[in-house]
Write a protein that binds this ligand. Structure first.
Ligand SMILES: [Zn+2]
Ligand SMILES: [Zn+2]
Length: 246
């Protein structure tokens, strides 16, 4: 059906404020887009880089199997929060394309990242969550990024089925759970061996999911793991904010 006609029946709404978008606006209205860009350019108080170049990460990410970690924005920004919420809950193709394009700019900025020697992997969503929402947001992001970058996607990881709402768990519980949550797909080693695996996810909270997935990719022979997420967050624990920065 004609896209314009479709837009008349189901008008596209801004991911940030739900205002109806004009035909020239893609995902955000002009105002929210500038807020989103500002959130990626906001200076991180810890490392002094702009958010999209920020080197901060949960300490487990730094200790673990991840060699490089980049995100676009801090989750502590209303527009970023709504954007990630959309990626998790709505199959909004334009939002995914927008996120993938932004992630592509990030990897293009990365010195020494040889696309020829990279594969894209992702932290798969649980089957229960896929049934609930109808899609795997990390897989869609990975595929969109692959289309833009021409770096192949390797479906290297399997979610073993246990599904516990991660937001109900603290960092230690997440860590223990994530160690048994994922496993490697069979016959994946030749596709990963010696490569830099770009591990895509929508958000990193404690980092336990990404670390568990990165560990498996390293076991599969990945030379490096480059973790790439739309947002990252500090978890607010009882008794205040736990410092996650290394
Ligand atoms: Zn808006
Ligand atoms: Zn930082």
């Amino acid at each position: 059906m004609n896209k314009k006609f479709w837009d008349l029946i189901f008008p596209r709404k801004c991911v940030g404020c739900e205002k109806i978008l004009s035909p020239s606006e893609q995902v955000f209205c002009r105002e929210c887009e500038s807020k989103w860009i500002l959130s990626t350019e906001r200076i991180c108080k810890e490392c002094g880089y702009m958010q999209y170049k920020c080197r901060c990460a949960p300490k487990d990410v730094k200790k673990g199997y991840i060699d490089t970690y980049r995100h676009l924005s801090s989750f502590h920004n209303a527009t970023a929060k709504k954007f990630v919420y959309t990626l998790k809950h709505r199959k909004n193709s334009e939002a995914f394309s927008y996120a993938a394009n932004s992630l592509f700019s990030l990897i293009c900025d990365e010195e020494g990242l040889d696309f020829e020697n990279c594969v894209i992997c992702y932290c798969p969503r649980s089957k229960k969550a896929i049934r609930k929402y109808g899609f795997d947001q990390a897989q869609i992001l990975a595929k969109k990024l692959s289309k833009i970058s021409k770096i192949p996607v390797v479906n290297a990881l399997v979610h073993n089925g246990s599904h516990t709402e991660q937001k109900l768990l603290d960092a230690e519980q997440r860590k223990i759970l994530s160690q048994t949550t994922y496993s490697l797909m069979p016959n994946v080693l030749p596709k990963i061996k010696g490569k830099t695996a770009i591990l895509v996810d929508d958000i990193i909270t404690t980092g336990s999911t990404s670390v568990a997935c990165a560990k498996l990719l390293k076991i599969a022979g990945a030379k490096k793991v480059f973790s790439l997420s739309v947002a990252y967050t500090q978890k607010i624990y009882k008794g205040g904010v736990k410092k996650l920065v290394f």
